[in-house]
Design a protein around this ligand. Structure first.
Ligand SMILES: [Zn+2]
Length: 81
């Protein structure tokens, strides 16, 4: 088990404190996707272009969140790098 409040990047597998990552949240119950806010199933990705690009190409966020993730969400993530 990872240490408390540690999370893993969906792209590179880096384990780091939760607040290092961009958190992508599939909100409950309407499944709207938000970044760094909201409540629901979450996926974490490093705030780096490399990891966000991998997450998009391999649909890692969508797989973890079990929903489709709009390109705009990836654009928002990239703007936070
Ligand atoms: Zn990463």
């Amino acid at each position: 088990m990872p240490p408390k409040n540690y999370r893993r990047c969906v792209s590179c597998g880096l384990l780091a404190p939760k607040n290092y990552f961009s958190q992508v949240v599939r909100n409950f119950p309407h499944h709207q996707i938000t970044i760094n806010e909201g409540m629901g199933r979450s996926a974490y990705v490093c705030p780096t272009l490399e990891c966000i690009t991998i997450a998009q190409k391999k649909k890692r966020l969508g797989r973890t969140l079990r929903t489709s993730v709009d390109p705009e969400i990836y654009d928002q993530l990239k703007s936070r790098c």
